[in-house]
Write a protein that binds this ligand. Structure first.
Ligand SMILES: [Zn+2]
Length: 388
């Protein structure tokens, strides 16, 4: 998982609003006067009221919904907070409790199972479903009761989303605008796997891209966020398909953070490995991922490794690692100094460390550039492992 620069999203806000604001406003106006308005079953109020303050359309709220961050939405608007919490409660609820307790290194006792379900419901608490929760007082006791509680919330959420879809719906995003957004996000490599290039081009008439526009929070559950710029993550087709398949798995949000020193690729000698393997003579080593730390971010990182099958897929990149090990051995500090001397003799500028890294390894080894070149996080980790 590679961190993406949120500034690339913010930069597009004005143009995006110009394109989308009027579409939403029109939908809202139609919904406002319809004789059979959609209702929010959690609150008993009209769905259109989600977009209002003081009885009229709140354009600032709409602006935040379309171009603000999730924390902007939840900190400024109570309804948006309730909505997102409710969606999260439903979306993440398909966990396997024994697996989750394993990840937390907790015993699989009845008490721990109950505590886990209680903590889960507290974490995504919202006054919207207090009544439903009260009607399921034993929801924490077993999977059956827990599922019945979630199903009741989900039934309401589905009705609500149907109503929201009349006003905010991904199908309202014009194809050309979608390509244009991805083109301007400056993401050149899939942030989830850091393996596949994302290619943008102009075919003489309009922008095209080879990438998928992933919804970090899937539009099928988080309908209200289906047109939110900060919910769009350009990704490769394979990763986007995996995201869609994996219902309810919490992973890092790439606009917040990516894998850093707490999620490392490592090469580990296999039993047949030798000194030759360390200096790039052969590929008698394995590539593993080491996730350190504890708590929520540790769990989300491990989930990402599992969801995108990173450890398994990266085993096919041994040749890349062998080449790095070889280059590290072949180009010593002496060679670097010779190169700098040569440049000086020729009256040319000295190379910066990033340029030297690019020259030596083919990577700048700057975390800021991880989203520019495939396998750059792998290269970064392996070289640091050699230096340590
Ligand atoms: Zn990918």
């Amino acid at each position: 998982m590679i961190k993406l620069d949120p500034a690339n999203v913010t930069r597009q806000a004005t143009e995006y609003l110009n394109e989308m604001m009027n579409v939403i406003k029109r939908n809202y106006q139609v919904e406002r006067i319809t004789p059979s308005p959609a209702m929010n079953p959690f609150t008993g109020r009209r769905v259109a009221e989600l977009f209002e303050s003081g009885g009229t359309l709140d354009e600032t709220l709409l602006d935040t919904l379309l171009t603000g961050t999730f924390s902007d939405m939840t900190s400024r608007y109570m309804d948006l907070q309730d909505y997102i919490q409710t969606c999260r409660l439903v979306y993440y609820s398909s966990f396997k409790i024994h697996y989750e307790l394993d990840k937390l290194r907790l015993p699989k006792t009845q008490r721990e199972r109950e505590r886990f379900r209680e903590r889960y419901a507290t974490r995504y608490a919202s006054s919207w479903f207090d009544q439903i929760k009260a009607a399921h007082p034993n929801y924490m006791q077993n999977d059956e009761y827990f599922d019945a509680f979630i199903d009741a919330v989900e039934a309401n959420l589905n009705t609500l989303n149907e109503g929201i879809g009349r006003i905010v719906n991904y199908s309202m995003l014009p194809d050309e605008l979608r390509h244009s957004i991805m083109n301007r996000m400056g993401v050149e490599v899939c942030p989830y796997c850091n393996r596949q290039y994302i290619t943008h081009y102009h075919d003489g008439i309009k922008f095209k891209t080879t990438a998928d526009l992933d919804h970090f929070y899937p539009k099928s559950v988080f309908m209200l966020l289906s047109l939110s710029l900060f919910n769009f993550v350009p990704s490769c087709h394979i990763c986007n398909s995996r995201c869609k398949l994996a219902k309810g798995v919490e992973i890092l949000y790439p606009y917040d953070r990516g894998y850093m020193d707490d999620a490392l690729f490592k090469y580990v000698l296999t039993p047949g490995g030798s000194i030759d393997s360390i200096v790039g003579g052969n590929t008698d080593f394995d590539i593993e991922m080491e996730i350190s730390g504890t708590g929520a971010s540790h769990r989300m990182m491990q989930n990402g490794v599992d969801m995108f099958k990173l450890e398994k897929l990266y085993r096919s990149h041994k040749e890349c690692v062998r080449e790095i090990l070889y280059k590290k051995q072949a180009y010593s500090k002496l060679h670097q100094d010779d190169l700098q001397d040569l440049l000086e003799l020729m009256g040319l500028e000295q190379l910066t460390q990033h340029e030297m890294n690019l020259f030596q390894y083919g990577y700048t080894l700057d975390p800021e550039n991880f989203s520019k070149r495939p396998l750059s996080k792998l290269a970064y980790d392996v070289i640091r492992q050699i230096l340590n």
